[in-house]
Ligand binder design. Structure first.
Ligand code: NAD
Length: 415
C-alpha cells in the first residue's frame, strides 16, 4: 500500500515511520521545507522517533512539500495542528488549508482520514465539503473517516501499535477501509459508529485529564494554606486499589493538547446553548497555576530576606513535561516571564531545550546555573538531573514537582 501522511509533526512522523516499518510506501507532506529537509536527512525532530529508526524507514519514505505527490496514494492521513486563535476559539486554518490542497489532487478511490483533534462535526461539516470541491463525492467517489491520535510523547510503555485506535467512517465502506488501514499499524482497532462520536471520545479523554489535574492543583493551593504536603496526600489516596486515579499537581498545563483541546468542545457547546462549566473551570484553575508558582518563588525568596528584583534564579526544566523538549504552552515560559518582569536574573538548565529564543537564553550546565544562584526552581523534572547536587548547592530550592521529596534537606519549598 502507498500511504500519504499530511503534517509530519509529533503525530504524523511516528505514523509515517510506523507504516514504513509495516512494509508500506509512505509519502509525507509538510508545509515546512525545513522539516522536510530534516526528515530526508534522517534527522528526527520528534523524540519518539530515533534518528536510526527514521533512517531505516527512509528507503520507503518520501518527504516533500508537494501535495501532488499524494495522487498515487491509496490512503491519506491528515495530522495537521488544530490550535486556538488569540480569542481562544478553534483555529481550523491549517486543517482548511491542507483539506483544500488535498482536494486539488484528490483521486477516485482514495481514503482520507483525519487524525487532528477537533470538535464533533468537523469531519462531516468542514473536511468533507472542502474535499468535495474536487468535484468528487464523499462516500461515493472517495472515502472519509476520523481516527483520533492518542500518542503521548515521551511514553514508552504504550506505543502506537499497542494503544487501541478509535476509528469511525462516514459510510460503512469508509469505515471498513479505515479499519483495515489502521489494522496495519495497530494491534487493536476500536470501531465507533460515527465520526462525531470518535471526535468527542478524543476530547473526553483530554478533558478528563484537564479536569482532574485542575482538581489536584486546586488542592495544592489549599494544602499550602493548610500546611499539608499535597504530594503526600496524593500518594496516600493512590493506595486505594479502586475508584481513584492518580493525577499530579504541578505548575500548570502545557503541550499542544490539554491547554487547547477542551476549548474546542466548549466553543462547539455554545452553539447548542449548553454550558460546559467543568471545562471552563478546569481551564481557569490550570491557567492560574503559573501565576501562583511565580508568587510562591517570590514568597520563598522573601523568607530568605531576598526580593525577586536582583535575585539570580536558576530554572530547572523548561519544557512542558519530563523527558521531552516540547515548549508549546509550557508553564515555565510564563513563570520565567513573570519573574523576569519583577527584576530577577534568570538562567536555566534543560538538556532537551538548548535555547529559549523568546527569553534570549540558552541552556547552561547544571553546575553553572547553580553557581551563585539565590534560588533554584524545579519546574519540570527531567530524568537524569542530579537533585542531590541541586539541594546541596542552591541556598533555596522551590520544587513544583515534588521531585526532591525523600532527599535529606531543609532548604526546599514544595508546591
Ligand atoms: N502532540 C501530541 O501529543 C498529540 C497527541 C494526540 C493528538 N494530537 C493532535 O494531532 C494534531 C497534530 O498535532 P502535532 O502535535 O503532530 O502537531 P505538530 O505541530 O507537531 O505537527 C503538525 C505538522 O503539520 C504541518 N502543517 C501545518 N499546516 C500544514 C498544511 N497545511 N499542510 C501540510 N502540513 C502542515 C506543520 O508544519 C507540522 O510539521 C493536532 O490536532 C493535535 O491536537 C497531538
Amino acid at each position: 500500500m502507498k500511504v500519504g501522511i499530511v503534517g509530519l509533526g509529533y503525530v504524523g512522523l511516528p505514523l509515517a515511520v510506523a507504516f514504513c516499518e509495516a512494509g508500506h510506501e509512505v509519502v509525507g507532506v509538510d508545509v515546512s521545507a525545513q522539516g522536510v529537509e530534516a526528515v530526508r536527512a534522517g534527522d528526527s525532530y520528534v523524540e519518539d522517533v530515533a534518528d536510526a529508526r527514521l533512517t531505516a524507514a527512509l528507503p520507503r519514505l518520501v518527504a516533500t512539500t508537494r501535495y501532488a505527490e499524494l495522487a498515487k496514494c491509496e490512503a491519506l492521513v491528515v495530522a495537521v495542528p488544530t490550535p486556538l486563535t488569540r480569542n481562544r476559539e478553534p483555529d481550523l486554518g491549517p486543517l482548511v488549508s491542507s483539506a483544500r490542497s488535498i482536494g486539488s489532487v484528490l483521486q477516485h478511490g482514495q481514503l482520507v482520514v483525519l487524525e487532528s483533534t477537533t470538535y464533533p462535526g468537523t469531519t462531516r461539516e468542514q473536511l468533507v465539503p472542502l474535499l468535495e470541491e474536487s468535484g468528487l463525492s464523499a462516500g461515493v467517489d472517495f472515502n472519509v473517516a476520523f481516527s483520533p491520535e492518542r500518542v503521548d510523547p515521551g511514553r514508552t510503555d504504550h506505543t502506537l501499535r499497542t494503544t487501541p485506535k478509535i476509528v469511525a467512517g462516514l459510510t460503512p465502506e469508509c469505515h471498513r477501509r479505515a479499519v483495515a488501514l489502521y489494522g496495519e499499524v495497530c494491534d487493536e482497532v476500536v470501531e465507533v459508529s460515527t465520526p462525531e462520536a470518535a471526535e468527542l471520545a478524543k476530547l473526553l479523554e483530554n478533558i478528563f485529564r484537564s479536569v482532574n489535574i485542575a482538581l489536584v492543583n486546586e488542592l495544592a493551593v489549599l494544602c499550602d494554606r493548610m500546611g499539608i504536603d499535597v504530594f503526600e496526600v496524593v500518594d496516600a489516596a493512590s493506595t486505594k486499589p479502586y475508584g481513584f486515579m492518580r493525577f499530579e499537581p504541578g505548575p500548570g498545563l502545557g503541550g499542544h493538547c490539554l491547554p487547547v483541546d477542551p476549548f474546542y468542545l466548549a466553543w462547539r457547546a455554545r452553539e447548542y446553548g449548553t454550558p460546559t462549566e467543568f471545562i471552563e473551570l478546569a481551564g481557569e484553575v490550570n491557567q492560574t497555576m503559573p501565576h501562583y508558582c511565580a508568587e510562591k518563588v517570590a514568597h520563598a525568596l522573601n523568607e530568605h530576606s531576598k526580593s525577586v528584583r536582583g535575585s539570580c534564579v536558576a530554572i530547572l526544566g523548561v519544557s512542558y513535561k519530563a523527558g521531552v523538549g516540547d515548549l508549546r504552552e509550557s508553564p515555565a515560559l510564563k513563570i520565567m516571564q513573570i519573574l523576569r518582569d519583577q527584576g530577577a536574573t534568570l538562567a536555566y538548565h534543560d538538556e532537551h531545550v538548548p535555547a529559549l529564543t523568546q527569553l534570549e537564553l540558552s541552556s547552561e550546565p547544571l553546575d553553572v546555573v547553580l553557581d551563585g544562584c539565590d534560588a533554584a526552581v524545579i519546574i519540570t523534572h527531567h530524568p537524569g538531573v542530579d537533585l542531590q547536587a541541586v539541594v546541596d548547592r542552591a541556598p533555596l530550592v522551590v520544587d513544583f514537582r515534588g521531585a526532591t521529596r525523600g532527599l535529606t534537606t531543609s532548604n526546599v519549598v514544595l508546591l
